[in-house]
Design a protein around this ligand. Structure first.
Ligand code: G6P
Length: 585
């Protein structure tokens, strides 16, 4: 969504803030802004575009002051304009605020504030925070923060800088983390905002307010009662977000997947055992996730049924409020999320908790809200994923799901992980042949992806990648459903990708390919076996363990979507209108 950062310390704030915003840009990238405090005044520079562009135009990193706040925006309320970019000030310019989340009662607050003489400069919900702070600021920063938080409804984290040089932050259902450095404090949406400067973090909880005043940190609740949280040491590897030799993070992350498979296998025995014991003892299991993580949930359900003889339900997180009525205190919810911050997923967890269920999670960010509220949590261990479209994190989730399944079925899977890692490396290397297909598909307006069984979630995931990265209409279909409607869409100029390895689904899917070809559509086969029905064949290796095919199939689809994005001059790392971590409903 948006990223927020505050800094108060001994160094120039603006270059640090710009640097932090670059590292958190994956959260939102339509506008950027910074406010610094210098010699008694608050200075604001902000504009639309990515951090590098806006900084180049406005020289943000040269702003004076050792205290400041910064923001990257992913628009929710109000268009992408300079005025709607954060930070927002109130009437007297004695406060500037950056916000992540949605203030649900902003309309009534705005009316109330306007009727008492406040004028608004933006269309955002966030600006009401600045005006509320301003009303109470004459009673001190602490009072202003408390009274403002008491009036806000919705989900938010915000950081404000005040005209006396104080920084205040508050958290309610959006992440906010304090970085404790030797010479100052950070208040940030993500540890990546300060990890270059310190690995010491304090994770604020819902309903916490913090104030950094004269290099002193104070944390209290909405009633002003002091709160003590421990300082946690965060793993430095999280900071490894260099693009290296690659043109894009997405390409780097696609190429890293050999290691992803290896790293997902490195699990703490005790944590893994506890996770599997909870699963094995559950009366019923629900698996949830959003976007790509939901596709992992579908594969997990299939793996549990087929190899563990364990029944589970899947629920896409945004639908959970209508779907969990039968859950109780003997149920287990498995929440899958790369970021661990997706609002729909966290809402599902809250619902399940209220019904007494135990919570297990699979995350990539082990410091995330989801990891922290779970009874058992396993990490995909694949390092920071910056490209907005999930690639290596999906592979990591699948590799971990295979591990868990293997444990539950008492080693029934062929787990030659080292061998499989080499296979993955070979698939990743096969980019030239996929490029040929991408060239043919450049002007396609409709792409259908068909698969059965474990390959159906991969059809859905491939379609999602094509939509996200290449802005093309793409649809994943259970291949057996072709005759129930989609066949009517097959004609010349239609592209259909058949996900069709040599397993029990092969013959039926080949029959579908013939039906499609007979209607004039172009057929692309992703398979370990060549067939004349394919106009183009994307070869994947034959696998001893057929349960692993989804990883072999999804990588060519990621590469295809990446190459189509390039062919269409789209930025694969930052697709339009999307955010990596969607922390609003
Ligand atoms: C956003 C991203 C998707 C991602 C989904 C779930 O919508 O754009 O790429 O799959 O969130 O993210 P999570 O962090 O919960 O796995």
């Amino acid at each position: 969504m948006c990223s927020i950062i505050g800094y108060k310390g001994k160094n120039a704030a603006a270059p640090i803030l710009v640097d932090s915003l670059k590292r958190m840009e994956y959260r939102g990238y339509d506008s950027v802004g910074v406010a610094t405090f210098d010699s008694g005044s608050i200075l604001v520079r902000k504009g639309t575009g990515k951090v590098i562009e806006v900084n180049k135009n406005l020289n943000i990193d040269q702003m004076a002051g050792k205290i400041g706040i910064g923001h990257t925006r992913w628009a929710t309320h109000g268009g992408v304009t300079d005025k709607n970019a954060h930070p927002h000030s109130a009437c007297k310019n004695d406060i500037a605020v950056v916000h992540n989340g949605i203030i649900e009662n902003y309309r009534e607050l705005k009316e109330e504030l306007a009727s008492s003489g406040h004028t608004f400069a933006s269309e955002t919900d966030s600006e009401v925070i600045a005006h509320l702070l301003e009303i109470h600021y004459n009673r001190g920063v602490k009072k202003a923060m408390i009274e403002t938080c008491k009036r806000l409804q919705g989900n938010y984290a915000f950081v404000a800088v005040f005209q006396d040089g104080t920084i205040g932050g508050a958290r309610y259902e959006e992440p906010l983390i304090i970085g404790v450095a030797n010479d100052g404090y950070f208040v940030s949406s993500d540890v990546l905002g300060f990890l270059e400067y310190t690995d010491k973090a304090i994770f604020l909880e819902n309903g916490d307010i913090c104030i950094v005043d004269n290099s002193k940190l104070e944390i209290f609740d909405f009633e002003g009662k002091p709160i003590a949280h421990p300082i946690t040491q965060v793993a430095w590897e999280l900071g490894d977000i260099d693009k290296g030799k690659y043109a894009h993070y997405t390409l780097k992350e696609i190429n890293e997947q050999r290691l992803t498979v290896v790293h997902a296998g490195r699990q703490d025995e005790a944590v893994m055992n506890k996770f599997c014991d909870i699963l094995a003892g559950a009366k019923d299991i629900y698996i949830t996730g959003s976007g790509t993580s939901y596709h992992s949930a579908l594969i997990f359900k299939h793996m549990l049924a087929r190899f563990g003889k364990i029944r589970a339900e899947t629920v896409v997180s945004s639908e959970s409020q209508y779907a969990l009525a039968s859950m109780d205190d003997k149920s287990v919810l498995v929440a899958i999320s790369q970021s661990g911050e997706t609002a729909d997923v966290l809402d599902t967890v809250r619902l399940a908790r209220n019904q007494g269920a135990e919570i297990l999670s699979i995350v990539n960010v082990t410091t995330s809200s989801l990891a922290r509220v779970s009874d058992g949590c396993l990490s995909t261990n694949c390092g920071p994923e910056i490209g907005v479209a999930a690639t290596k994190s999906f592979t990591g989730q699948l590799a971990l799901i295979y591990n868990i399944t293997d444990r539950l079925c008492k080693n029934c899977l062929e787990t030659e992980r080292a061998e499989f890692a080499v296979v993955v490396e070979n698939i990743v290397a096969n980019q030239a042949s996929i490029m040929k297909v991408a060239v043919q598909m450049k002007d396609a307006s409709d792409i259908y992806l068909l698969g059965r069984s474990l390959h159906y979630p991969i059809a859905l995931e491939g379609a999602l990648k094509l939509k996200e990265l290449a802005y093309v209409h793409a649809e994943g279909i259970a291949a057996g459903e072709l005759k129930h409607g989609p066949l009517a869409l097959m004609e010349k100029n239609t592209f259909v990708i058949m996900i069709n390895p040599r397993d029990a689904t092969f013959n039926d899917t080949i029959s579908n390919a013939h039906e499609i070809k007979a209607r004039g559509a172009t057929v692309i086969g992703i398979s370990d076996r060549k067939d004349d029905v394919y106009d183009y064949w994307i070869e994947i290796p034959h696998l001893k363990e057929e349960a692993y095919y989804p990883i072999a199939e999804v990588i060519p689809l990621q590469i295809l979507a990446y190459q189509l994005a390039l062919a269409k001059n789209a930025d694969p790392d930052y697709p339009r209108n999307l955010a990596k971590s969607v922390t609003v409903r």
